[in-house]
Ligand binder design. Sequence first.
Ligand code: NDP
Length: 245
Amino acid sequence: MDKKIIVITGASSGIGESTAKLLAKNGNTVVLAARREDRLQKIVSEIKHQGGQAIYQTCDVTDLTQVKNLAQVAIDKFQNIDVWINNAGLMPRSELYKGRVDEWDQMIDVNLKGTLYGIDAALPSMRQQHSGQIINISSVAGHRVSIGSGVYSATKAAVLALSESLRQEEAHDKTNVRITVISPGAIATELTDHVKDSETKQQLDKFYQNYAVEPERVAHAIDFAINAPADTTMNEIIIRPTAQI
Ligand code: NDP
């Protein structure tokens, strides 16, 4: 398989970290982005220690200038971007009547607007080079709504919608840019650490303790989607723990 230049947002923990490590192990060059620089530094040095190629760039995906700068850093260093993974995300769930408006705003800014900013940053150079792949991380929650998941599910359903629109646009214009959505179920990461509503946190912790599988499972699905033959696209992969209803 061709080795690729791959940018990953939200690479300082969980699915992003695992994906960066696996893709680097498989010979790709990875550009890790997130806000926590100490984490990024540590992961990049671990990858290099294993013989992989990686750099990092701090980036808050709610800031379009920073996201565009991330793309520029990758292009300046490696000439092009083959794959851009919009993975950064937050899940501070709670029922709507609780009115945790700040958390709604955060989820919309990171999960939805952050993904759009990533597309805006990555697409021009991919269209110009007539190749590339944008991978957006949605969720099973984008397909299936439950009590307390309203805003999170809405952001992840929006990621599904905009990914499908983007897929049709790129196919229509024959740009050769592939669009993939990965929709994971319960994965053992730091995602639930930031749930502030105590009732929801208790329920989620129990659910994750019972069902969650390791983030490497998702990393392998992403690797599979990247390695599909160039004329074929994995448009969506839904990946759940087997026991998750
Ligand atoms: P983690 O909390 O472990 O990782 C989230 C990542 O997002 C971190 O690297 C964090 O880095 C980054 N991030 C958060 N806010 C921002 C921001 N403003 N700018 C840049 N980066 C940001 O959780 P996961 O690995 O589980 O989450 C990864 C993705 O997978 C998310 O989109 C999530 O919604 C999705 N997902 C997860 C599931 C699960 O069960 N774990 C299930 C379905 C989907 P930092 O704080 O350093 O900026």
